[in-house]
Design a protein around this ligand. Structure first.
Ligand SMILES: NC(=O)c1ccc[n+]([C@@H]2O[C@H](COP(=O)([O-])OP(=O)(O)OC[C@H]3O[C@@H](n4cnc5c(N)ncnc54)[C@H](OP(=O)(O)O)[C@@H]3O)[C@@H](O)[C@H]2O)c1
Length: 231
């Protein structure tokens, strides 16, 4: 018997792929939404992939959402956006980052809340970068701060629905590879990210997935914003 229906964005790699894989193993029906389908999940039962570039908000309006009695939305897809000092940020990269990291999850959540019946839970992949400034990441930090606040507001509007942002910590995904390739002039802290990677300190995406699924399944929920890698 299905444990419920999980809809998750950004499943081709990293945290989203790990959550989708773990949720399928635990018996959920999973709908992945993103630009690229993960080939290893293609023939797994209860998996379905919906192709969508989430920066195109109109295509979010046209998606079919596969819903049931117990529905969980995980807004995970995201981009680091431009890595550079504030004066260099350009129109296209600001717009792209905010559409993917902020507008898309807001619109998808609106559809989910209005169209699903039965039990509902909503999660967002947030970031510590929403809470402390990182030089060179002004657009990313601002986009994640926006989604943290959005979730806080929603949780006051829907006190009976679990609505949470999880902060995954530094996770070993393609996004971290992009971070390590930045130059020091644009991103002064790059060397600390490289040394944390080299000393094996990055968190495995599978551990984030395991923690998040335990929260989804538990009746006692954490604060609106919580960490999946508590120290
Ligand atoms: N890794 C970390 O240390 C870390 C820390 C804090 C927060 N996060 C957050 O975790 C989330 C997942 O990132 P990740 O680290 O797992 O990196 P990742 O492996 O690069 O995953 C990003 C996912 O977003 C999807 N995506 C990108 N652009 C898209 C678009 N236009 N439309 C639809 N999907 C799109 C990507 O798939 P396609 O490119 O195939 O579309 C991919 O599946 C992000 O929200 C990120 O901000 C990561």
């Amino acid at each position: 018997m299905s444990k419920g229906n999980i809809i998750i964005t950004g499943v081709s790699s990293g945290i989203g792929h790990a959550i989708a894989s773990a949720a399928l193993s635990e018996g959920y029906h999973v709908q992945g939404i993103g630009r690229t389908a993960p080939s290893d999940l293609e023939n797994v039962s209860n998996w379905r992939f919906t192709a969508c570039d989430l920066t195109n908000l109109k295509s979010i309006d046209n998606l079919t959402l596969y819903l049931g009695e117990n529905n969980i939305l995980i807004n995970n897809a995201g981009t680091l956006g431009p890595v550079m000092s504030g004066e260099k940020t350009d129109t296209m990269s600001i717009d792209y980052c905010f559409r993917l990291n902020v507008s898309a999850p807001i619109r998808l959540t609106a559809r989910f809340l209005s169209e699903s019946t039965g039990k509902q839970q909503v999660y967002f992949t947030g970031s510590g970068a929403a809470e402390y400034p990182i030089s060179g990441w002004s657009v990313y930090c601002a986009s994640k701060a926006s989604i943290h606040m959005y979730a806080k507001v929603l949780s006051t509007e829907y006190p009976n629905i679990p609505i949470h942002v999880f902060k995954p910590g530094k996770v070993d995904t393609p996004m971290q590879e992009i971070i390590r390739k930045a130059n020091k002039e644009d991103f002064p802290a790059v060397s600390s990210f490289i040394s944390e990677y080299k000393s094996g300190k990055l968190i495995k995406p599978q551990n984030v997935a395991k923690y998040l699924l335990s929260v989804i399944q538990s009746i006692e929920k954490p604060d609106v914003i919580f960490s999946t890698s508590p120290l």
